[in-house]
Design a protein around this ligand. Structure first.
Ligand SMILES: C[S@@+](CC[C@H](N)C(=O)[O-])C[C@H]1O[C@@H](n2cnc3c(N)ncnc32)[C@H](O)[C@@H]1O
Length: 265
């Protein structure tokens, strides 16, 4: 997408940033360098030197792990895992013409924008609290990305997934990716119900997250509860068996338990 600034034509490109914040990778790398410098000053023969050797090695391992994750998630790298996941979820988000869709915890707007592109006659709303733990994501970034992608059927609003500022049954589809596991010490099934509260009868949902037992409790039981409540076609799809990633990738990226919950209200 190009736009004119003064006499210059500027090429605008969407920038979806990275789930692994760049500042965290750089900060860890700098920590390792400082530790290495102290090790060189103190020398390895002393007790303190040995401690700094261990700290330096740990920093090196963690920095390398973060770099590999950053590269795998990157929208521009070879693996492009984030893009693959976002497009995979969006494939389940079908909104009737004139309808509305909600993306909870939209981050940089990636999923909201792909859904808006797939459903050009619908309106998509992306909400996020844009807190300090994902400091590179913001409402401005989402709006710039939508502009860069030439997408106008989207809007972005600050909000909290645990208490959505929408009436009951106002959306034709709801979606979300890797959000609820970030919300500390909450009953995550309740957060799912809060999202589903905003879904119209007949509307569809596609919610992807790390739905391990430790984080979500018994999701099979939850799926059964949804069916008892009248929800249809409820499915829990394991996305670590090759659908989005391999089990090994999920393990080293700490994404084991990644599951897509889909269905119709
Ligand atoms: C890993 S990012 C995923 C962003 C986006 N869904 C994507 O797939 O690129 C997690 C996002 O959840 C958001 N988030 C965390 N807790 C939230 C809450 N209580 N309400 C709304 N958003 C929240 C963060 O601000 C962050 O943007």
């Amino acid at each position: 997408m190009k736009y004119m600034k003064g006499r210059a034509e500027i090429d605008m490109k969407a920038d979806y940033k990275n789930w692994m914040p760049k500042g965290m990778v750089i900060g860890t790398g700098i920590g390792g360098l400082i530790s290495l410098m102290l090790l060189m000053v103190i020398g390895i023969s002393t007790m303190a030197g040995k401690v700094f050797l261990v700290i330096t090695i740990l920093f090196a391992i963690v920095t390398l792990w973060m770099i590999f994750m950053y590269r795998a998630f990157s929208y521009n790298g070879n693996r492009q895992l984030s893009r693959q996941i976002i497009e995979g979820i969006a494939a389940y988000v079908d909104i009737p013409d004139g309808g509305r869709g909600l993306d909870v915890g939209c981050g940089s707007g990636a999923l909201t924008i792909v859904c808006a592109k797939r459903n050009p006659k619908a309106q998509l709303v992306g909400i996020d609290r844009w807190g300090k733990e994902y400091a590179s994501f913001s409402k401005d970034l989402c709006e710039n990305n939508a502009r860069a992608e030439g997408v106008s059927n989207v809007s972005f609003v600050q909000g909290d997934a645990t208490k959505l500022d929408f009436d009951d049954e106002v959306f034709d589809a709801v979606t979300s990716n890797y959000v609820y596991h970030n919300i500390p010490s909450r009953n995550r099934q309740d957060i799912l119900l809060e999202t589903l509260r905003t879904l119209k009868k007949g509307g569809t949902f596609a919610i992807h997250d790390i739905m391990s037992k430790a984080r979500y409790g018994d999701m099979e039981e939850f799926a059964g509860k949804l069916k008892d409540m009248g929800y249809e076609e409820v499915k829990l799809i394991d996305t670590t068996d090759g659908m989005f990633m391999s089990r090994f990738e999920a393990l080293w990226m700490e994404l084991s338990g990644s599951t897509l919950l889909v269905g119709r209200k």
